[in-house]
Write a protein of this length. Structure first.
Length: 133
């Protein structure tokens, strides 16, 4: 029979442990392990403050870099004069104009026909103009 085919259950020489422990090894194990034990961590305010400031700085850096990249990669659209008029439409009721200008516009004689011609000229469909009457 070959060595690889021997059964550990029936051969006493295979069941014997080849390793041994020196005398008194486990008796002094606790003292030897205590030499390498780490002390309990102590709360350090400086370390917590440093970590918090570092995290805040990294957050600000990431937001700034992200904003910069978005501004540089996003295409900008050129606004026309008409676009600015549409965006500023809500400001007309705030009376930010001079009294002289409001009198000037009040004196202008603009008829409904003038308004319709202007709307047709700017591209508003005649159907939409009819619906708004």
């Amino acid at each position: 029979m070959k060595d690889s085919e021997r059964n550990i259950m029936y051969d006493d020489s295979l069941r014997k442990c080849p390793y041994s422990v020196p005398e008194g090894y486990f008796d002094s194990l606790k003292e030897r392990a205590m030499k390498y034990a780490q002390p309990a961590p102590v709360f350090q305010f400086k370390r917590v403050l440093y970590t918090a400031v570092s995290m805040a700085a990294m957050f600000i850096l990431m937001v700034t870099a992200g904003t910069f990249l978005l501004e540089k990669t996003t295409p900008t659209e050129d606004l026309t004069h008409e676009d600015y008029i549409v965006f500023s439409d809500g400001y007309f009721d705030l009376e930010i104009y001079d009294e002289d200008m409001s009198e000037q516009y009040a004196d202008a004689s603009v008829t409904d026909e003038d308004i319709m011609e202007y709307l047709i000229y700017t591209g508003v469909s005649e159907e939409f103009i009819e619906l708004s009457k």
